[in-house]
Every structure is written in structure tokens, then in C-alpha cells.
Design a protein around this ligand. Structure first.
Ligand SMILES: NC(=O)c1ccc[n+]([C@@H]2O[C@H](COP(=O)([O-])OP(=O)(O)OC[C@H]3O[C@@H](n4cnc5c(N)ncnc54)[C@H](O)[C@@H]3O)[C@@H](O)[C@H]2O)c1
Length: 253
């Protein structure tokens, strides 16, 4: 992705951006956009191959990035990646907590409760503790641990920010996916808590709440760049910005 393909450009020269889940659909694009605006981008993922593929594309376009393997659920893995990033790119200015997702073990088959009709049906009573635990950990604990490791770089420095990825599920839960919806509601709530907690340190903490982005993830880039830019969004912290094409404004009638 070249700078002229972005909705607008911001000057992120001199900044180091760390993006988790950056081997995935949405955050690979965010990593490319940050790099096209001049940031040195740490493309971090559980799967190094996925991260490396994104870095190869960024470098092909002439921008700066490195691939780093880390599990957002393991602090020692995050710390090891952090130490490499600081040595190779510098301390983190912009953190995007992108690793997240759902699990079929935490989803019901039907929208409304109905008695079990076959072994393949997952009713409310079949939901697995480990499914909920997986989804809560990935979305909430993964955001907490990563922020603990990388926000430490931001203390005492100007123009730093954290961007979490919530979901439109956080406002109104979609049917069938109770763990994902409540975990993302937790991400939104934690975003506001952390924005307050870090207010006197000057570290801004915001979130975006995407709707459904299987096909047009480019529409997240304007909000990502705006909220990550310490000049454009200098007085904006603790917001959860819906990016849903008006979905939440429509009453259904
Ligand atoms: N796609 C959507 O429509 C949508 C909508 C709302 C919110 N979101 C959120 O946006 C974020 C990105 O979603 P996506 O659609 O790009 O997902 P994706 O599955 O394409 O990418 C997620 C990436 O995270 C990585 N990952 C998974 N577990 C990890 C771990 N423990 N440590 C490090 N990395 C790990 C995966 O390897 C993958 O590359 C997620 O938080 C998701 O919940 C997505």
C-alpha cells in the first residue's frame, strides 16, 4: 500500500508503531497504512510467517517494518519481542492491540433457545467454559498484557497512544456469540479505564469498533490514522469509535 492509496496521510516519521494480530485481515492493512505514513512498524503475530509476508509487502513499497513473533497471552513472549523491537526499531510510540477473535466453542447454534435436537446443536447449556475462557483471554487479557509491556515505553515521552480493537458487538450483542460480544464490551470498558489511568502521563487510549469487515477493511484506515496521530487527535482519549456504515443508527424500520 502506497501513501497515495490512503484516505489521507499523516506524518508519522520518527514514530515506532507496534501492531499485534498484524498477520491478519484488518491489522495487516493498518500496519501497511502506518508504514506508508512514515512510521517504523513492528508487525507482530502468533505466526511469524504471516507477519513476515506483511513486512515483505511493506518493504517492497519502500517503507520500514520488521516481523516479530509473539503470543499476546504470554508476557515473557511479549517481553522478548519488545526487547528485539526496541533494539531494532526503537521504543514504542503507537500500540495497536489487534489480536482478537471468537471461538466456535463459545457460540450457540441458534439465535433463540430451543431444546437440543441433535448432537451437532450447541444450546446455551452446551457452551464450554474453555470456549469462554479462550475468547475472554484472547481479547481482554491479550490487550492487558501487551499494553503492560509496550506502554512502559511511553512513560515520560510525548505523543504516544494505544488503540484497541473493540467491535459493534460491544454496544449491542449479536446473537449466538455471547463470549465475543461480552469480551469486546470488556475491551471498550477497559479502554476508558486505561484512558483515565494514563491521562496524567499524556498517553491517549482509544478504541475503534468495526462492524463487519470481511470485504472492505480499507474503511478502517481513516479512523486508525486519525486516532493514532498525536497532533490530529491530541485531545481525544477514552473514545470507542463505531465504524459501522450506520448499522447502529438504523432502528430496523
Ligand atoms: N473482521 C471483522 O469484521 C471484525 C469486526 C470487529 C472487530 N474485529 C476485531 O478486529 C481484530 C482483527 O480481526 P481480523 O478480522 O483481522 O482477524 P484475523 O483472524 O484475520 O487476524 C487475527 C490475527 O491475530 C493473530 N493472533 C491470534 N491469536 C494470537 C495470539 N494469541 N497472539 C498473537 N497474535 C494472535 C492471528 O494469527 C491472526 O493473524 C480482532 O480483534 C477482531 O476481534 C474484526
Amino acid at each position: 500500500m502506497k501513501a497515495n492509496e490512503l484516505p489521507f496521510t499523516t506524518d508519522l516519521n520518527g514514530k515506532v508503531a507496534v501492531v499485534t494480530g498484524a498477520g491478519g485481515v484488518l491489522c495487516s492493512l493498518m500496519a501497511k497504512a502506518l508504514a506508508a505514513c512514515g512510521a517504523k512498524v513492528a508487525v507482530m503475530d502468533l505466526h511469524l510467517g504471516a507477519a513476515q509476508a506483511v513486512v515483505d509487502e511493506i518493504k517492497k513499497d519502500g517503507y520500514i517494518a520488521g516481523a516479530y513473533e509473539a503470543n499476546v497471552l504470554k508476557k515473557e513472549s511479549l517481553q522478548a519481542a519488545h526487547d528485539k523491537i526496541v533494539a531494532e526499531l526503537g521504543p514504542c510510540d503507537i500500540l495497536i492491540n489487534g489480536a482478537g477473535g471468537n471461538s466456535p466453542k463459545a457460540s450457540t447454534t441458534d439465535e433463540f433457545y430451543a431444546p437440543k435436537v441433535s448432537e451437532d446443536t450447541v444450546t446455551f447449556f452446551d457452551l464450554k467454559e474453555e470456549g469462554f475462557e479462550f475468547v475472554f483471554n484472547l481479547n481482554i487479557l491479550g490487550t492487558l498484557l501487551t499494553t503492560q509491556v509496550f506502554a512502559a515505553d511511553m512513560l515520560g515521552r510525548k505523543g504516544c497512544s494505544v488503540l484497541n480493537i473493540s467491535s459493534m458487538n460491544a454496544f449491542t450483542p449479536l446473537t449466538k456469540i455471547p463470549a465475543y460480544s461480552s469480551a469486546k464490551a470488556g475491551v471498550s470498558n477497559f479502554t476508558k479505564w486505561l484512558a483515565t489511568h494514563f491521562a496524567k502521563e499524556g498517553i491517549r487510549v482509544n478504541a475503534i469498533a468495526p462492524g463487519f469487515f470481511s470485504s472492505e477493511p480499507e474503511e478502517l484506515l481513516g479512523a486508525t490514522l486519525f486516532l493514532s496521530d498525536s497532533k490530529a487527535a491530541s485531545f481525544i482519549t477514552g473514545v470507542v469509535l463505531p465504524i459501522d456504515g450506520g448499522f447502529s443508527a438504523y432502528s430496523g424500520v
